[in-house]
Write a protein that binds this ligand. Structure first.
Ligand code: ADP
Ligand code: GN1
Ligand code: MG
Length: 364
């Protein structure tokens, strides 16, 4: 791709760029793994085109990522951790010393050192992965607890579930693609749960739970798991790191790590929240996060799964009604399948609320 010549020469990646290919399965940015020849050996980098339709303030977002990754690195150094270049994302500077490059089309690019021998997992395979990812995200929150200054809000109201609900309502009323009739059951499911949407935002507003620096997109494939050891190596996808609630993070961990069904599973008969995975999550998370969590936050951890799974389900439903303009899709109907899967998980968690509570009691 011609655009890549400019990208490759914009960053301080030594050697010759041999080529690049799309990489990973993120729904938002365009991610490429590039191969460079450096003194006779092959070295990889991640070049990423940041989605500027979704992120309206990319310079602010990149400022966040620079601050966050420097802070994390310092924390790992203080803790005597080794293999630092695989524990924290490393931004590669442009030739003029910036963290991002704007190409001739006005697209924003950034480059990361490629983390070798570790992968982001799309669908969970075993309880160890749930445990490791929760431990990594808990450690991430802990490291950022004393980050100086406030981060930019890269997407305002990102986890404001009431806003998400209202946007869905407007999409149903507008119904610009005439799809609402075919998804009446999903719309009814959503409307019947309106009371859920204010719980966390009201508590945040009243000071009942604290604002913290959170990741806000803690799905399983946003932590790289070491191929050899199965350990959580590196928290990635830092675009939405900003002020938030730990409940957003824990809720999204529950959404993505407690079932072996993919996010867009169409056979819903077997989709259930698996309590064993939930237990592994709680164990891993409390190991790294219990030192700073308040009693109220801990009390709401099981509920956060219902809330965030519901919220993402609302977003998939909205995007389906609006014509699939936000999340990348690879086939017709993928967003509505994603929505149905989320709602099935919400039901499953509602049914198992007592069992989830008992797991919490075991670990306190
Ligand atoms: P998106 O916001 O689109 O989800 P991500 O930042 O999560 O984009 O990146 C997409 C995928 O690229 C990740 O799931 C991961 O597999 C891979 N990836 C991103 N950064 C790195 C890195 N520094 N080293 C190795 N793989 C990476
Ligand atoms: C997006 O970037 P990615 O693919 O990790 C989305 C999340 C959703 C998720 C659903 C910035 O995450 O909020 O929960 O898809 N990211 C953004 O899979 O909207
Ligand atoms: Mg991602």
């Amino acid at each position: 791709m011609d655009q890549f010549k400019d990208v490759a020469s914009a960053f301080q990646c030594p050697g010759t760029c041999l080529g690049e290919a799309p990489y990973g399965s993120g729904h938002i940015n365009d991610t490429y793994r590039a191969v460079y020849e450096q003194d006779g050996r092959e070295v990889h980098y991640i070049h990423q085109r940041v989605n500027k339709n979704i992120f309206k303030n990319v310079p602010g977002l990149m400022d966040n990522i620079g601050r966050v990754t420097r802070h994390q690195r310092k924390k790992f150094e203080e803790a005597g951790a080794d293999d630092l270049d695989r524990r924290v994302l490393t931004l590669v500077s442009t030739v003029d010393g910036k963290d991002y490059f704007v190409d001739a089309r006005g697209d924003f690019w950034r480059t990361y050192v490629f983390i070798e021998d570790a992968v982001g997992i799309d669908v969970i395979e075993n309880t160890g992965q749930a445990y490791e990812s929760a431990k990594a995200f808990g450690e991430f929150q802990c490291q950022l607890a004393d980050l100086p200054g406030r981060l930019h809000d890269t997407i305002p109201d990102f986890h404001h579930t009431r806003s998400r609900f209202n946007v869905l309502r407007a999409a149903i009323d507008a119904d610009i693609h005439g799809r609402a009739d075919a998804v009446k059951a999903e719309i009814e499911f959503a409307m019947a749960r309106e009371e859920m949407v204010d719980v966390v935002i009201d508590l945040m507003a009243s000071g009942g739970i604290p604002e913290r620096v959170t990741h806000n997109d803690t799905k399983l494939n946003n932590v790289l798991i070491d191929n050899a050891t199965g350990k959580g190596m590196c928290v990635i996808d830092l675009d939405t790191v900003m002020p938030g609630s730990v409940l957003y993070d824990f809720g999204d961990m529950i959404r993505t790590t407690t079932t072996r069904a993919p996010e867009d599973e169409t056979d819903l008969s077997a989709v259930e929240m698996d309590i064993e995975y939930f237990e592994a999550l709680v164990k891993g998370y409390l190991e790294t996060a219990s030192g700073f969590l308040t009693a109220k936050e801990i009390e709401l951890l099981p509920f956060s799964g219902q809330l965030i799974t519901f919220e993402i389900g609302l977003r998939f439903l909205t995007d389906y009604l609006q014509g699939d303009v936000y999340f990348k899709t690879h086939r017709e109907g993928q967003n509505i399948d994603r929505c149905r899967k989320q709602f099935k998980m919400v039901e499953s968690m509602e049914r198992q609320a007592d069992a989830m509570q008992r797991v919490m009691e075991k670990y306190q």
